[in-house]
Design a protein around this ligand. Sequence first.
Ligand SMILES: [Zn+2]
Length: 268
Amino acid sequence: MLSSRKYRYLTISIDDGHPADLRVAELLARFGLTATFYIPAHNPEREVIMQSQVRQLAANFEIGCHTMHHVPLTSLPESEARSEIHDGKQWTEDTISGPATSFCYPRGKHSRRVARMVRAAGFLGARTVKLNILDAPADPYAWGVSTQAYSHSALVQFRHALVETNLSGLLAYATTFRFAKDWRGHLLTAAEHVAEYGGIVHLFLHGWEVAERDEWRNLEIAVRELADRQQLTCVTNGELFAKWQSLRSTTSDNEASLLANVSRVTKP
Ligand SMILES: [Zn+2]
């Protein structure tokens, strides 16, 4: 529990609802891991699975909202951004006949204004694409991830971190991850760090990227390695967001942010 002040969570999120995500789901189910699939109603760039398939996925996994049209919300006028968020929530809830509590910003693009709209729509938390984050955020509408299942060059990592003003991620990339390029090695470092110091391993991926790069074998090895880590408790993004929120409602803001920072210990 978060209140134990020493938690070790594993959470996995898969974006975009591409048909390849169904193969990811099969793989995760085989290893007994849960996850959150963020699925937009439409995506101008790629195929999205049918609603009946989203419903089937919902039987074993969390379905999170990824808006109606997968357009960066910061590029839209306020009323359109609001519709993308609200209609996306409605579409998800109609599709799965249940509540959608988790949100993911298309392309990770967010701002204070957009985050306020997501909060007002009733989501418990929102995921960004800030990399190299190994713990809960101070702001639940700006959850980062530890690792993307995609090998980024150091240059891309630096650029991402600067664009997203993710300075703590940049610091962790240099100190904890030691500029790791290979994503599986990066993930392993995250898992080892969290097993030792506490925190959250958050793996995020696009099924279409795994398919395009034919990384299925690599993904299977990574999932097996995660499943073997008995110290990590696997939860959906939504379960994590709910824990964050319940913690905040039972403690003072001060204490909540203190707890959010508890495992942010720099490796000697
Ligand atoms: Zn996306």
